[in-house]
Each structure stands twice: as structure tokens, then as C-alpha cells.
Design a protein around this ligand. Structure first.
Ligand SMILES: [Zn+2]
Length: 237
């Protein structure tokens, strides 16, 4: 029988915390006590809200931990590359904040400042995705300059302007952490707490989706024969 109690590995809220939004001190304690990490390198000294997301910090069961290590050695991508979760977070923040990774072997998820920007690109190749600064009407036909696709597979104009995200890794967030009443009204504090809680929730969602994937997968071992050239010292024939 499965244990019916919630195991740490299944808690929906692993990074997230409940904060009393009526209390100025509770909000300041939450913000100033939150884990932080460099946004760029340590020389730059900019930091922001963050979480350590190395495998051993994820509260996994032993079985999940074993699979996680196998996953990382088999797959070159970071375990939290679930773009739709990060994109949704960014969209909900109006593009002003996003989530990126930093640190050796990308072991930290960091809250970054960002901004949506309208791209200068006017069309995109449907075959290879190459972007182009001109509309189809502005060029002779819709042939892609990179892969040569044209007609139905060739370039098509964007119906809505393409938006891209500028991320500012040199900007830290709340580095002084003083939250003085002059600059931080209760409303300002609440909206900052909501932002950091949304960041925590997105990290929780990334972690749970990784755990679901681990629980559903099994590691398949394959034997691979490697041919290599070795030098052998011997008498010439
Ligand atoms: Zn193309």
C-alpha cells in the first residue's frame, strides 16, 4: 500500500510560502529572507530573488534522485527547460520580469528584469524559421534566403508584430532590502510580494513537472560498442 501522507517530493508548494499581506513586517521578512543569487557573475555584484535547483536541493525521493541523475547524464538540457511555464510567468508580469538560470551548471533559477520589445522582423520562413526584415511584398517573391524554400513553405508575413524579450542580467532586484516606508507603501510591498510568490510558484511548477516526468519514465540502459584506435609498441613487421 502506498503511504497516503504527502511526501516532501509531492508537495505542491516546495519553494512557495504563505505571507500575511496585512502585516508590513511579515512582508518585509518574506522579501528580505528570500534566497538570492547573482544575476550575472559574482564580480558584478547584482543579485535577485532566486532558488537553488540543483538535484540534491529538490527534495526528491531516492528513486527520483537516481532517475534524475540518469536523466541529466543522458540529456544535455537543463531539467527546468519547460519554456511554456516560464513564458506564462513572463506574460503574466507584462514582460517586466522573467526567469532565467545562472551559476555553475545552471544550478540556480533567478528572477530577472526584462522588457518586451517589438521586433523589426517582418516575415519568417515556414520551413526553417529564418527571420527577415522585409515583408513578402517588399521582396521579389517569398523565397527564403537561407534554405531557399518558397511558395507554401517559404516566407510569410507576421500577422501581428513579432515580440521579443530583452533580459537585463546586470540589473539586480531589491538589493538593498531596506524597504523603507517612504518608498514602500503597503500596496507597493504587496505587489512585490505577489511578484516573488509568482516566481516561487513558477519554480514549484517547474519542479513538479520534472518530478512527474521522472515518475513516468524509466531509464533504459543500452550497451554501446566503442571503437577506438590505440597505439601498440612492437617490432616492425
Ligand atoms: Zn528557410
Amino acid at each position: 500500500m502506498e503511504n497516503q501522507m504527502t511526501k516532501p517530493s509531492q508537495q505542491a508548494s516546495y519553494f512557495g510560502k504563505i505571507v500575511d499581506m496585512r502585516s508590513r513586517q511579515a512582508m518585509i521578512d518574506f522579501l528580505s529572507g528570500h534566497y538570492r543569487y547573482d544575476t550575472a557573475n559574482s564580480c558584478n555584484q547584482s543579485t535577485s530573488y532566486a532558488h537553488c535547483v540543483k538535484i540534491h536541493s529538490l527534495g526528491l525521493t531516492n528513486a527520483q534522485d537516481d532517475k534524475a541523475h540518469d536523466y541529466l547524464s543522458a540529456d544535455e538540457s537543463d531539467w527546468y527547460q519547460r519554456d511554456e511555464i516560464i513564458e506564462r510567468f513572463t506574460r503574466e508580469q507584462g514582460g517586466r520580469y522573467t526567469i532565467g538560470s545562472n551559476g555553475r551548471s545552471s544550478g540556480y533559477l533567478v528572477l530577472y528584469q526584462s522588457q518586451y520589445k517589438q521586433s523589426e522582423h517582418k516575415s519568417r520562413c515556414r520551413a526553417c524559421g529564418q527571420l527577415n526584415f522585409k515583408t513578402v511584398a517588399e521582396t521579389n517573391g517569398n523565397k527564403c534566403g537561407r534554405c531557399g524554400a518558397e511558395g507554401e513553405r517559404g516566407r510569410a508575413d507576421f500577422v501581428k508584430p513579432l515580440m521579443t524579450l530583452d533580459v537585463w542580467p546586470m540589473r539586480g532586484t531589491d538589493m538593498r532590502g531596506d524597504f523603507d516606508p517612504e518608498n514602500w507603501s503597503m500596496d507597493t510591498l504587496r505587489s512585490r510580494v505577489r511578484l516573488v510568490q509568482a516566481f516561487d510558484a513558477a519554480c514549484d511548477e517547474l519542479r513538479l513537472s520534472f518530478i512527474d516526468m521522472l515518475d513516468e519514465s524509466e531509464v533504459i540502459e543500452e550497451t554501446v560498442t566503442i571503437t577506438k584506435t590505440v597505439k601498440v609498441f612492437g617490432a616492425a613487421a
